[in-house]
Design a binder for this molecule. Structure first.
Ligand code: F6R
Length: 313
């Protein structure tokens, strides 16, 4: 099976992280990360990893909050450089005095940011935006490292985690097999919710399959009630290490005799767990695309929609 760019992910992660030179304001009071879809998921991942250290706000829209100011570091990510929502929100942040740095492969972002004197970093291209996740993520992490400093060990461990996921290909294939014909209902520990959001997006885009994300503990107060009926869903539980709340959820699933596909994210730190889960479950969706006979790369409705929407700003 063609694993697309996944086999190159570990080496791209390392080379991009080591090559980025970025000037950032010393100690921003908050970080805004704006981007959509395969670019926007970088924000979710970084928020899971560093959101306890300082406020990190993920924007997937044209708008930004009123409080953004000169102490906010904005990282605007658009693989193509042409995504209207990302460009509009980034330019709004720039207008409010925020230090904006773009990450892209080219397009409007490269041209227009250069024209306005906004910093922009170019990264290597991939088969599609979502397959370029490591270059987008590790460029953003390199910027943040310059601004607030991050542990070298976390980066190294996250790259090993990607290799571990590739070794676990047979687990990925087995999960994929169980999901065919169902709507995956992904219950996830809130500490690693980025993994579930990315999995949903990959199910949508690679396997053309709808999916639902339910974040624990909030899902314990609503989604869990759906166990009272049999729906054409397959439940998945993404665990990020010991958590008594998640143990209780498992017991409830058992009580309602609902089958659960359990995924224990390998790795010590949150970043490693994220990269393990995102890589493993991304590969899962490639196996599903193969079994369903669909082209994992094509995303025709997104392309049509972008053409219809135009520039916006
Ligand atoms: C993922 C994908 C989309 C794009 C999204 C934003 O492969 O194709 O989710 O990532 O439409 O586009 P970019 O990333 O170019 O800003």
């Amino acid at each position: 099976m063609d694993l697309r760019d996944y086999e190159k992910w570990p080496s791209i992660s390392k080379s991009v992280y080591e090559s980025i030179e970025a000037r950032t304001p010393v100690k921003p009071s908050s970080i805004l990360i704006t981007g959509m879809g395969g670019s926007g998921i970088v924000g979710d991942t970084i928020k899971d990893y560093l959101g306890n250290r300082l406020p990190i706000h993920v924007i997937k829209d044209t708008m930004i909050p009123d409080w953004v100011n000169g102490k906010t570091l904005t990282i605007a990510i658009s693989y193509s450089g042409n995504t209207a929502e990302t460009l509009c929100s980034a330019l709004l942040a720039h207008g409010k005095g925020s230090h904006v740095i773009g990450i892209t492969t080219g397009g409007r972002m490269l041209k227009e940011f250069n024209e306005r004197g906004i910093s922009v970093i170019t990264v290597p291209s991939a088969t599609a935006p979502r397959f370029g996740f490591p270059q987008l993520l590790y460029a953003a992490l390199a910027i943040i490292n310059k601004a607030i400093g991050i542990e070298k060990n976390d980066i190294e461990e996250s790259i090993v985690a990607q290799e571990n996921a590739l070794h676990d290909k047979s687990i990925a294939a087995d999960i994929g097999k169980q999901l065919i014909g169902y709507v995956p209902y992904i219950f996830v520990d809130s500490k690693v919710q980025g993994v579930a959001v990315r999995f949903k997006n990959d199910l949508n885009e690679n396997a053309k399959t709808p999916a639902i994300v339910a974040t624990i503990p909030e899902a314990d107060h609503n989604d869990i009630v759906t166990l009272m009926m049999k729906h054409p869903v397959k439940h998945i539980l993404v665990r990020a290490g010991p958590n008594p709340i998640i143990d209780a959820v498992e017991i409830v699933f058992n009580d309602f005799s609902s089958q659960l596909i359990k995924i224990d994210l390998r790795g010590n730190g949150i970043l490693a767990k994220e990269l393990y889960g995102i890589s493993l479950l991304g590969v899962t969706t490639l196996y599903m695309a193969d079994a369903l006979g669909v082209d994992p790369v094509r995303t025709d409705p997104i392309d049509t929609l972008k053409k219809r929407m135009g520039r916006l700003c």
